[in-house]
Design a binder for this molecule. Structure first.
Ligand code: ADP
Ligand code: MG
Length: 494
C-alpha cells in the first residue's frame, strides 16, 4: 500500500497549538561616521582600520552623538507612525565580551527615541498590521572571527560603534511566513527611506526571533526562547519551524520550555542553547554619564517631516486610484523607489489614456532591459517624450504594437538621440490604412485558398485568423490589424 495514503493523522497535535513571535530587528544605518565618533562606519575595510581611541574607549575619550543617527531613527519612526519623544536618553548596557572594547554598549533603556508605531504587511491575499513596542538607538559591537585560524579567534573592531536602530515588535506575528513578510517589508522601507542598505548578507539587517507556543484559545503567552542573530529570511523560517516543533514536543511530553537564548545552525537546521536568558538587571543598565539627553527641537522634526518621501503604501494607493493601475502593477512599480519616481514622472507628462500602457512599457520592456544591461533606471537612454510618442503611435493605430516593441524600441535604444517619428519613418513602419490596397491582398489570399473559404462558410469560423495572418504576411506586417480584421470578415461572409 502507498505510504502517503495512510500517513497523515486526522488532526496533528501541532494543530492544537498557536505560534507567537516577536522580533528585535537590528538595522545598521548608512551614516558616514560611527554613532559616537568620526570613525568610518562603512562595511568592510582591512580589519581594525576604521578605529580611533574613541571606538576603543581609551581613558579620557568622550563620545559625541551623531546627528544623522538620530535623524535616520526619527525618519523611520515617522514612517511607522511612532510617537517621537522630544527627550530621550542614552544608557550603558554592561557586559563582558572580547569584541566589546568598552565593556559596555551605548543603547537606550529608560526612554527610547521612538515609541509604538505599526506597519501593515501583506500576508497571502490579506493584510495584517504589526505593532511595534519601540525603536531605540544603539551602537554595534565588533566582530569575532573564529574560523580564520585553527588556534586563535581574531577580532575585527571596524564594526564597533557603528550606528544601529533596534526595532522591537509586539508579539504579533504568528508564523515563519509572517516573520519573512515583516522583514521583507522592513527592508523595503529602510531602503526607500535611504537610511540603510538593508543588506542581510553583510549584516546590515538581522533579527532576534522570540518564539513561544500556546494552546489555541489560551489568553496568556507561553514561555519564549530567543533565536539570536538570524541574517536571512530563509533561516528565520527554518528556525521558527524547528523551534515550534521542539517546544510543542517538549510540552506534549509534560516538560516545560525554559526561557533561553538560542543559536540556529543553518547547516544542521537545529537550535542550540547559547546561554540561559539574562534579565535586564544582569546588564546593570545605567544612564551614560558622558552623554546629555537627546532633545529634539521643533525645527529638527519639521525638517525631517518635510523631507519625507511619499511612502510606498501611499504611492501604491495613488497609482491604483489616480492612474487606474492594477494592484499587482502598483506593487511592481513601487518595488524600488527610483523605478516608482521614474514611472510617476513618465505618467505625469503622459496623456491619461496612455498611463496604463506606460506602466506596461516600464514593467515589460524597460525593467528587463535594465536588468540585462545592469544599469539604473535614471540612466535609461530614451527620453520620456520619445517613449510617449511611441505609445501614441500604437494607440492611434499608426504602427502596430509588435513592430513598435520589436523594431522601433531597439532602434531607439541604439540611437536615443533620434526622434521616434523620424525613426519610424526611416524604418518604414507606418501602417498602411489604404483599404483598397488591403482588399486586393485579401482577394489574393481568398483566391489561393478556395477549400478554406468553403470550410469557413460551413462553420469553421476559427479559419478567419488564417486569412488575417496570410494577408498580414503579404502586407509585410504593415496593415492595421483592426481594419484588416474587419475587411477579412466582410469578404468571408459575403
Ligand atoms: P527583553 O527586553 O527581555 O528581550 P521584551 O519583553 O522586551 O524582552 O521582548 C523582546 C521581544 O520578545 C519582543 O519582540 C516581544 O514582542 C517578544 N516577546 C515577548 N514575549 C513573548 C512571548 N511570550 N512569545 C514570543 N515573543 C515574545
Ligand atoms: Mg531583548
Amino acid at each position: 500500500m502507498n505510504q502517503s495514503i495512510i500517513e497523515p493523522p486526522l488532526a496533528s497535535v501541532y494543530d492544537l497549538y498557536e505560534t507567537v513571535i516577536g522580533l528585535e530587528i537590528h538595522v545598521q544605518l548608512s551614516t558616514q561616521s560611527k554613532a559616537f565618533c568620526s570613525d568610518d562606519a562603512r562595511f568592510g575595510g582591512a580589519p581594525n582600520t576604521h578605529l580611533s581611541a574613541i571606538s576603543l574607549a581609551h581613558p579620557g575619550t568622550l563620545p559625541r552623538p551623531n546627528r544623522r543617527h538620530i535623524e535616520f531613527a526619527v525618519r523611520l519612526g515617522m514612517a511607522l507612525g511612532c510617537n517621537i519623544q522630544r527627550t530621550s536618553y542614552f544608557d550603558r548596557k554592561n557586559y563582558f565580551y572580547a569584541d566589546l572594547p568598552k565593556g559596555y554598549q551605548i543603547t537606550q533603556d529608560r526612554q527610547p527615541t521612538c515609541m509604538g508605531g505599526t506597519l501593515t504587511i501583506p500576508i497571502g491575499n490579506a493584510f495584517k498590521t504589526i505593532r511595534f513596542h519601540h525603536l531605540h538607538l544603539e551602537e554595534d559591537a565588533g566582530k569575532s572571527l573564529h574560523d580564520t585560524d585553527s588556534r586563535f579567534s581574531h577580532i575585527d573592531l571596524n564594526r564597533a560603534g557603528v550606528p544601529l536602530l533596534e526595532i522591537v515588535t509586539e508579539p504579533d506575528l504568528r508564523s515563519g511566513e509572517e516573520v519573512d513578510a515583516l522583514m521583507t517589508a522592513m527592508r523595503h522601507l529602510v531602503r526607500w527611506l535611504d537610511i540603510s542598505d538593508g543588506n542581510m548578507e553583510e549584516g546590515s539587517m538581522r533579527c532576534d526571533v522570540n518564539i513561544s507556543v500556546r494552546k489555541r484559545g489560551a489568553t496568556t503567552y507561553g514561555t519564549r526562547c530567543e533565536v539570536k542573530n538570524v541574517n536571512s529570511m530563509k533561516f528565520a523560517r527554518r528556525a521558527v519551524a524547528y523551534e515550534v516543533r521542539r517546544q510543542i514536543d517538549l510540552l506534549e511530553k509534560g516538560g516545560k520550555v525554559i526561557q533561553q537564548t538560542l543559536n540556529f545552525d543553518p547547516q544542521t537546521g537545529i537550535t542550540t542553547p547559547l546561554r540561559s536568558k539574562e534579565n535586564a538587571h544582569d546588564y546593570r543598565y545605567f544612564p551614560d554619564p558622558d552623554l546629555a539627553p537627546v532633545r529634539l527641537s521643533d525645527a529638527f522634526l519639521a525638517k525631517i517631516k518635510a523631507e519625507m518621501p511619499v511612502l510606498p503604501t501611499d504611492l501604491r494607493a495613488i497609482l491604483i486610484k489616480n492612474y487606474q493601475l492594477s494592484a499587482n502593477d502598483a506593487l511592481i512599480l513601487t518595488e524600488d523607489k527610483s523605478v516608482a519616481l521614474y514611472y510617476q514622472q513618465l505618467a505625469s507628462v503622459c496623456p491619461p489614456v496612455l498611463r496604463k500602457a506606460a506602466a506596461n512599457l516600464v514593467i515589460q520592456k524597460i525593467l528587463p532591459f535594465l536588468q540585462t544591461q545592469n544599469i539604473a533606471i535614471a540612466h535609461y537612454p530614451i527620453a520620456h517624450t520619445q517613449l510617449i510618442d511611441l505609445l501614441q503611435l500604437i494607440e492611434d493605430g499608426k504602427i502596430n504594437a509588435s513592430a513598435a516593441y520589436q523594431i522601433l524600441l531597439p532602434a531607439l535604444l541604439q540611437e536615443p538621440q533620434s526622434s521616434t517619428l523620424a525613426m519610424a519613418e526611416k524604418l518604414n513602419l507606418f501602417q498602411n490604412t489604404d483599404t483598397a490596397w488591403l482588399e486586393t491582398l485579401i482577394q489574393q489570399v481568398i483566391a489561393q485558398n478556395p477549400d478554406k473559404v468553403t470550410a469557413f462558410r460551413k462553420g469553421k469560423k476559427g479559419l478567419s485568423a488564417f486569412f488575417v495572418g496570410e494577408t498580414m504576411k503579404l502586407a509585410k506586417g504593415k496593415a492595421d490589424p483592426k481594419i484588416l480584421n474587419t475587411l477579412v470578415m466582410r469578404f468571408l461572409n459575403t
